[in-house]
Design a protein around this ligand. Structure first.
Ligand code: SAM
Length: 328
């Protein structure tokens, strides 16, 4: 099961590259900054090139998924990416550039959002966490790509170690093993500084018990915190078949389980996992409906989208949850 879950990262990466290739990302409305000479697109293309050198097999899988670049998928990737990036930038701006702050991206896969964020916030430390298999590949790709290596200020890794630097850590652990996860986080994080935790399409692959233990432990450990979580929900209406169809498709096509899809099947139930903390949750269709008209016009010019109803059904079944505890 671990391997199957770990491979979902190839889908996430190919969706991001597809959204970049078609021009959805970066959004001029939400994601402006360049990192020195590299823009958002270039960072991803460099990573993809590095991946080709490190693993032809994984590169092949990502490239194959890229061939099916449907507008509804690109809209979905666009929405989740800009929502998370906008929220992160909002929190980091509020905290300011004077005090130290850390981001822990749990189940980060090949996500590269740490590069622009670290470039823009010199007071930030970024910690990526994923299974050993994933972090090993990411480590090799980052080290093997001079531009990314330089942007992350990576130090030459010891034999059999992952890359790291003063501003960036890559931790390999199984989030289901809470003691291992906390022990590793303890070595590289500070519980007394503001901490932003991200789970983007990760809690959905964990069981109810293990995900709840992870939430409870980390929200107690870090004194001042923000948790940003994005996941699918099954749908609570009696005629809603989205979740059962999704579960059946995942099971049949790749033996993949989403154990809590039908448990936290509504926004309210999903948010309740973080109770009694201050939480706000929206579905992605609600977020879509608030995008400025100019940006909608730009999106419409990229690809012809005639499946608006399909987009609506899909995006009402994905949630963006924001949690806050402690001061700041
Ligand atoms: N967060 C990234 C993104 O949105 O681009 C990757 C999402 S991918 C769908 C899910 C990721 O979560 C994979 O990289 C997988 O390995 C990781 N993951 C899921 N369960 C995990 C666990 N128990 N321990 C460590 N990583 C896990």
């Amino acid at each position: 099961m671990e391997r199957i879950v770990q491979q979902t990262d190839y889908d996430a990466l190919s969706c991001r590259v597809s959204a970049i290739n078609k021009g959805y990302l970066p959004s001029p409305c939400y994601q402006l900054e360049k990192c020195k000479y590299l823009g958002y697109k270039e960072i991803h293309l460099e990573y993809l090139n590095g991946l080709r050198q490190v693993s032809r097999r994984i590169y092949g899988k990502v490239a194959k998924s890229l061939q099916s670049s449907y507008p509804v998928m690109n809209y979905g990737t666009y929405l989740r990416t800009v929502s998370i990036d906008t929220e992160l930038n909002g929190i980091l701006s509020k905290i300011g550039k004077e005090q130290r702050v850390q981001i822990i991206d749990l189940g980060s896969g090949s996500d590269l959002r740490m590069i622009p964020l670290l470039h823009n916030y010199p007071n930030l430390k970024f910690i990526d966490v994923d299974y050993a298999e994933s972090t090993k590949v990411k480590s090799k790709v980052l080290w093997g790509t001079p531009s990314l290596r330089e942007l992350l200020k990576l130090q030459e890794p010891q034999v059999d170690q992952l890359v790291r630097s003063d501003i960036y850590e890559l931790l390999s652990c199984d989030l289901n093993d809470l003691n291992e996860t906390c022990a590793k986080l303890d070595e590289v994080t500070d519980v007394n500084i503001p901490t932003i935790i991200i789970t983007e399409c990760v809690l959905c692959y964990m069981t109810q018990d293990t995900s709840q233990r992870l939430i409870d432990r980390l929200t107690n450990l870090y004194k001042i915190g923000y948790w940003i979580s994005y996941d699918p929900i099954g749908g609570a209406h009696e005629n809603d078949r989205f979740g059962t169809i999704m579960q059946a498709n995942l099971r049949d096509s790749r033996s993949l389980e989403m154990p809590t899809l039908m448990i936290f099947n509504s926004k309210e139930k999903y948010a309740d996992r973080f109770s009694p903390l201050e939480t706000s949750i929206q579905n992605m269709w609600e977020i879509f409906s608030r995008i400025p008209q100019d940006e909608i016009k730009r999106l419409k010019s990229l690809q012809f989208l005639d499946e608006l109803e399909e987009l609506k059904i899909m995006q009402t079944h994905y949630v963006f949850c924001k949690v806050h505890w402690g001061d700041v």
